[in-house]
Design a protein. Structure first.
Lengths: 373, 375, 265
């Protein structure tokens, strides 16, 4: 036990003495948390739109004002030539071109329908859908005003209407930061833990000090504990700071219990550190260790359901994510913080994490031998 | 300049040595070539934001022909899967808590009667909401399906007057998210591979002390840097070609513009990424720090601030400003414009110029730092 | 040239086999097709300074790694400090000190911190570490730099510190793998004075080197060529046997006879 204490002391001295790494461990994650949590939103607003009003009547002007006054669209230009619509989209100057046909007013006055064209940039299919929905809403609102504007228009029976009232249960204001902050926090803790532990032992291999330790009577479990504990502590420390930022800076709700989060995090860090250690034992240079750590980090991050929903993935990919510890911790963080899930609600992901931790540590312990080569 | 020939051949030898470094380490070489391809294949399939299989609970408090019709209309689309029919709205909460459902739909009592008599009836849609994006999308789907039903079921058809909007979805009519994400993956993979590789390769040379050996040789500092960069430049180019091929063959992403332009712009972006790697390596002498900056500092910003997954226009203004310094953002715009919109250089010159300037600034800054160190 | 530090062989060290602290019998290590160490047999008596010579790649480091428990032998037997290398590797580790060819203390720690760390993992008591640390710093004359990180110190100082750290826990045997690479002759000489002082106190020293003047400081030397022991005796006896005037001459003669220049790692 005492030997572990000396190992810990040494590791901490080395970590805190590494001037280059300190800001990267303790500052970068939080700058990223603060900045990036705001970036992850699909909110579609201020859509740049281009107008081709071929009618140029008072009614078409009223129609156009419905668009500009909606708050969703921002008029960026007007033109009249036919091919110009596409050019505007290709040049990226507009995401929507609204084409009002020549006989717009006349057709409406006569009680017929008039077809306006919405040319939408659908590169981003999701945004395109939203733009279409916005436009439909505006068109419907405009149609409701028609009887008043056009006294000559005969009024038929009132249109039937189904009102869809929507509400979001756990996040009524649909705030993205509530959803993203817990997830990004997981990524940052993972990144620091995986990279630091992944590089640590392989670094001692590179500089040759590992042999010096291997000839001492230090036991395997002592060595591994002494190596992992500092990063375990740092990881939980980062989590604490991150949770503070989430609570105070982003006002993310905390409906569940902090002890539960820490319990899961304590377990989760073992998975991450075990993986780092395993990488460290399998490689001969920091460079190799980093490549492998990086490879898994990118996969874990993109396949975690953090940015895109897991339900959108094909089934085989969904099954793959079951093995991804990041997915489970992100899931647990969100459920505990936003939904107040208790330990019973998260039993499944928690047991997967436990199994992951046991597997990783067993593998790492098995791969680490007190011999060289 | 009398031994220009000698320098040139020692430069060639140096480049050769760099290649050997890369290929001798089988594992690193495998990662360099294999990783981008595996990642593109994996993510190309997995990173989508179309919603399918929304699990819904329908609480029908009216039980009339109309509610039944709307329900079957919803379920027939294939997007929604019925996961429960709670008798009372109170039974909905536990379903959400257990993650059984993504959405609950409640028809008010007397729904059908009200619609005919009052011309107005209410449906309540409740979503999980913890993922705001998904909530928004499925609420939108539901609303569209309901309104669609209403329009089709009216007889005589309503709305044969007034304005009718005809949408025309340009560039990606089937609204596939893979078209959007593949260019993003290209940017991310190229950025990380190129920047990471160069920064590590140079700091490694510094750490092991061989940089000094190189500096006292007949090679000029510029040649040393170039020699370090050339192999990765070629590697990255191979990666670009394979990535573009996979994008079009496997994922069917069209390339409506010119392939030549796409390749040239990709080369430009690689240069930007490589010079970023060089710049990082001038800031530190340790591989660890270089790696942490290249990975920790580039991974998340490249994913989040470039418009890869989340549109730049959706971000708060300060972040939109910050996104301007992310090279991947510009490359992404270029790739999407060329592949999906068929844009040419006359349209993309501004974005191209930004990348050129970034590369220039990074190279100039690196050279300056490098010289400072030598003095 | 080295009168002040040369010393006669320890009385009876060679003859008295029961007093041997290292015994190797046909010790072999094979890497794939390559026999890095090819059935070497020798013994080292307690308190002896045993020189282990050989060209680069002759198999010295591999042999040391097997004896210190860092590498499992392919075949053959060996015992160190009375423990078998196959079954008692951890017991061996309690009884030996090791200083590797690559300088192996932590560059980013101070001398005192290195002493504390290695003392700690060898299980020394806190008080012991404190006392020994202070004594070590005094004898090595490191008082003025006790709080300076190692990377700022000259190599010679670091090597002396590494040796002191390797014997701090009072092992029975210390293995030194090319301990004096890259320093000037004066520093090397001081280093050997330290080795002798320890040997006087009964420590067995197993040292590899390729400085032939150092070979003459040893009680006995063995010369490895291509994984085998080509010669083993006191330096004087060896020179007599082979009829050469110096260890250097002998070494060159033996090394030329072998295939030479093989690669170990």
């Amino acid at each position: 036990m005492k030997a572990i204490g000396y190992l810990l002391q040494k590791e901490f001295l080395q970590i805190f003495r590494n001037r280059g790494m300190l800001p990267i461990i303790f500052l970068m994650p939080f700058i990223q948390l603060v900045i990036l949590s705001n970036a992850a939103t699909f909110d579609v607003k201020n859509v740049a739109f281009h107008l081709q009003d071929l009618d140029r009547t008072s009614l078409s002007r009223a129609f156009r004002e419905q668009f500009t006054g909606s708050g969703w669209f921002l008029l960026t230009g007007e033109s009249f030539a036919e091919g110009e619509a596409i050019n505007q989209l290709v040049a990226g100057k507009a995401d929507l071109v609204l084409v009002i046909p020549r006989d717009f007013e006349k057709e409406l006055m006569s009680g017929a329908e008039s077809r306006v064209q919405l040319v939408i940039n659908a590169e981003d299919g999701f945004s395109a859908g939203v733009i279409q929905a916005y436009s439909n809403e505006i068109v419907q609102a405009f149609n409701r005003t028609l009887p008043a504007v056009l006294p000559g228009m005969q009024s038929g029976p009132a249109v039937r209407e189904i009102v869809v009232k929507s509400s979001a249960w756990y996040n009524p204001e649909l705030r993205y930061s509530d959803y993203m902050v817990p997830g990004i926090l997981v990524i940052l803790v993972t990144m620091v833990g995986l990279f630091l532990s992944g590089m640590n032992i392989v670094r001692e291999k590179e500089i040759g000090t590992i042999d010096q330790i291997n000839v001492t009577p230090l036991k395997r479990y002592q060595f591994i504990t002494g190596k992992l504990l500092p990063f375990w502590i740092i990881g939980l420390g980062e989590l604490t700071l991150g949770l503070l930022i989430a609570r105070i800076g982003f006002d993310v709700p905390m409906l569940g219990s902090y002890p539960l989060i820490y319990l899961v995090a304590a377990l989760y860090m073992l998975v991450v550190l075990g993986m780092g250690l395993l990488i460290s034992t399998l490689t001969d240079s920091q460079q190799q260790a980093m490549f492998i750590a990086w490879f898994f980090m990118v996969i874990f991050t993109l396949m975690s359901g953090l940015f895109t929903s897991i339900e959108s993935m094909p089934h085989w990919a969904q099954n793959m994510t079951m093995a991804n510890p990041v997915r489970h911790f992100v899931d647990i963080m969100r459920r505990v913080m936003l939904k107040g899930a208790g330990i019973r609600d998260i039993a499944l992901p928690l047991s997967i994490l436990t199994a992951d931790a046991a597997l990783m540590l067993a593998l790492a312990l098995n791969r680490y031998r007190k011999v060289s080569n | 300049m009398k031994n220009r020939k000698g320098t040139a051949s020692s430069f060639r030898g140096f480049v050769k040595k760099e290649f050997l470094h890369i290929f001798r380490d089988r594992r690193s070489a495998a990662i360099l070539f294999g990783m981008p391809i595996i990642q593109l294949l994996l993510f190309g399939y997995a990173i989508r934001n179309e919603i399918n299989e929304v699990k819904i609970a329908v609480s029908d408090l009216s039980h009339d022909s109309l509610t039944r019709a709307i329900k079957s209309k919803l379920l027939s689309s294939g997007t929604f899967v019925l996961a429960g029919e709670p008798e009372s709205p109170a039974a909905i909460a536990p379903l959400f808590a257990e993650g059984e459902i993504d959405e609950a739909i409640i028809f008010e009592p007397g729904f059908g009667v009200r619609l005919e008599r009052d011309r107005r009836a209410e449906i309540q849609v409740i979503t999980d909401g913890s993922d705001p994006n998904v909530s928004r999308i499925i609420t939108g789907y539901t609303t569209a399906a309901v309104l669609d039903y209403l329009r089709q079921s009216s007889f005589p058809p309503e709305g044969k007057r007034g304005v009718v909007a005809e949408p025309l979805m340009m560039f990606n009519p089937s609204l596939k998210s893979v078209y959007l994400f593949v260019p993003g993956l290209m940017a991310m993979i190229l950025m990380l591979v190129s920047a990471l590789m160069t920064s590590i390769s140079i700091t490694r040379e510094k750490e092991s002390g061989t940089m000094e050996v190189l500096l006292v040789s007949s090679l000029k500092p510029v040649q040393i840097i170039l020699g370090k960069v050339v192999p990765y430049f070629i590697l990255s180019f191979v990666n670009v070609v394979s990535i573009v091929a996979i994008a079009s063959v496997v994922f069917g992403v069209p390339c409506r513009g010119s392939y030549l332009l796409l390749l040239m712009e990709s080369l430009l972006f690689i240069m930007t990424a490589l010079s970023l790697g060089i710049f990082i390596s001038t800031m530190t002498n340790s591989q660890q720090v270089a790696m942490m900056i290249s990975l920790g500092g580039l991974l998340l910003p490249t994913i989040l601030l470039s418009g890869f997954i989340f549109p730049v226009e959706s971000m708060p203004l300060p972040l939109q400003v910050i996104s301007n310094i992310i090279p991947a953002r510009w490359y992404l715009e270029i790739v999407r414009a060329i592949m999906l919109k068929g844009a040419g250089i006359s349209i993309l010159w501004q974005e191209t110029l930004v990348l050129v300037v970034m590369t220039g600034v990074l190279v100039a800054a690196s050279v300056r730092k490098f010289k400072e160190r030598l003095q | 040239m080295t009168e002040s530090v040369t010393r006669g062989p320890i009385k009876g060290a060679v003859e008295n086999l029961t007093n041997n602290v290292i015994n190797a019998e046909g010790l072999t290590k094979v890497f794939g097709e390559f026999r890095a160490v090819d059935a070497i047999s020798f013994s080292v008596g307690a308190g002896e300074v045993f020189g282990f010579l050989g060209a680069n790649g002759a198999g010295k480091t591999t042999a040391i790694k097997m004896l210190t428990g860092l590498l499992a032998p392919s075949s053959g037997n060996a015992s160190v400090a009375g423990f078998d290398v196959y079954t008692g590797a951890e017991d061996i580790k309690r009884n030996i000190g090791y200083m590797s060819q690559r300088f192996s203390l932590y560059d980013d720690l101070t001398p005192l911190e290195n002493i504390r760390f290695f003392g700690g993992i060898y299980g020394l008591r806190r008080k012991e570490i404190k006392e020994k640390g202070r004594a070590l710093i005094d004898t090595l004359g490191l008082a003025s730099v006790a709080d300076v990180r190692l990377k700022a110190l000259p190599l010679g100082w670091k090597q002396k510190l590494a040796f002191s750290v390797a014997v701090m826990h009072e092992p029975r045997i210390v293995f030194l793998d090319e301990p004096t690479g890259g320093v000037d002759p004066l520093t090397r000489r001081r280093f050997w004075e330290m080795i002798y002082e320890s040997a006087e106190r009964g420590l067995t020293v197993f040292v590899t080197t390729h400085y032939m003047d150092e070979a003459e400081y040893c009680d006995r030397v063995s010369i490895m060529v291509d994984g085998r022991i080509a010669a083993l005796d006191t330096p004087l006896e060896l020179q007599r046997q082979f009829g050469v005037g110096s260890m250097e001459e002998l070494f060159i003669r033996l090394a030329r006879a072998g295939k030479g220049g093989r690669h170990e790692e």
